[in-house]
Design a protein around this ligand. Structure first.
Ligand SMILES: C[S@@+](CC[C@H](N)C(=O)[O-])C[C@H]1O[C@@H](n2cnc3c(N)ncnc32)[C@H](O)[C@@H]1O
Length: 293
């Protein structure tokens, strides 16, 4: 992390020769640093040192469901590199759905098992529930979710649990477990005002739900800003380095920078990187552009 961070600083000061960078930094006093790189994420990550990324929030192409301009998707190479660059205690959030055509492809599970085989801990398997536009099936229940595999390199160093308000709170007579005499004991105790969320997260999708940034929809598969934001707040702290190696329209980058994390985004498509650049610049977030590592 230190080396990448120092690269950021050196480039910002113009000390690295040939840095083909275009900086949009309206507020020079802000320390956040965003970098967008066009290229195959495997090649780019291979040029980095190990153990530098605190959090990755990403979503791969799903079973060739969408046309991503014909680019290749070397899953195992990407997974291996993600493991290598993740810092001890760092987290990878892998958001993925299956192709449903006759039956489910189960690619998501195969990928999760591969991640576990190479050393990640399957810290949690979360659900991204879509509040609208679910996928209708004539002979099965309507599909309304994708998986969010939360994979960690060792025990996660950071967990900032997101909370929801409880239905009832304050002092009440609370029932304790029955003792062998079979009688319920009651004792005055306090019900808390909030509790930790469940691992099923629901988001509206489409314009206004996924994002209000119209430009983002020039990409075919954007995930909700709130989804990225919730993971960033949960598994990282301000100042941490957040990665999206297949960043598409730049959703993870937007939320990482807005929450005072540094960010590196990679996409194989120059068109998608340009969408991300424009989207971040539109909201005044600092971003540098690179053609390759
Ligand atoms: C599901 S989309 C990501 C969308 C993104 N989460 C967003 O909110 O806009 C997957 C992206 O992976 C990119 N991609 C596919 N193979 C890649 C590779 N080998 N290296 C880098 N990016 C790749 C595609 O161009 C596509 O933009």
């Amino acid at each position: 992390m230190q080396q990448i961070k120092s690269d950021f600083r050196q480039e910002a000061e113009g000390k690295i020769e040939g840095a083909d960078s275009k900086t949009v930094a309206p507020n020079e006093s802000v320390q956040r640093q965003g970098k967008l790189i066009v290229g195959n994420c495997v090649d780019i990550m291979r040029s980095w040192p190990a153990d530098i990324i605190q959090l990755t929030v990403t979503s791969p192409p799903y079973d060739k469901l969408r046309d991503y301009k014909g680019y290749q998707f070397p899953f195992e190479d990407i997974a291996d590199e993600l493991y290598r660059v993740t810092a001890p205690g760092g987290v990878l959030v892998w958001v993925v759905g299956d192709r449903i055509n006759g039956g489910r492809s189960l690619t998501s599970f195969r990928q999760a098992i591969y991640f576990q085989e190479i050393g990640f801990s399957a810290h949690d398997v979360m659900i991204y529930q879509k509040k609208n536009t679910p996928f209708m099936r004539s002979n099965a229940y309507t599909n309304a979710y994708e998986m969010m595999f939360v994979l960690s390199k060792g025990k996660p160093t950071t967990f900032n649990p997101l909370k929801v308000p409880t239905q009832r709170h304050g002092m009440e007579l609370l029932t304790h477990n029955k003792l062998p005499d079979g009688i319920n004991k009651k004792k005055r105790g306090e019900l808390k005002k909030e509790k930790t969320r469940t691992n099923i997260w629901s988001y509206a999708v489409g314009l206004g739900g996924t994002t209000r940034d119209k430009i983002a929809f020039q990409h075919p598969a954007v995930f909700p800003e709130k989804l990225a934001e919730d993971h960033i707040k949960s598994w990282s702290n301000p100042g941490d380095l957040v990665l999206d190696p297949m960043c598409g329209s730049g959703t993870t980058g937007k939320m990482a920078l807005m929450h005072d994390r540094d960010f590196i985004g990679i996409d194989i498509s120059p068109e998608y990187i340009e969408i991300a650049r424009q989207r971040l610049a539109d909201v005044g977030l600092p971003v540098e552009m690179r053609q390759s590592a």
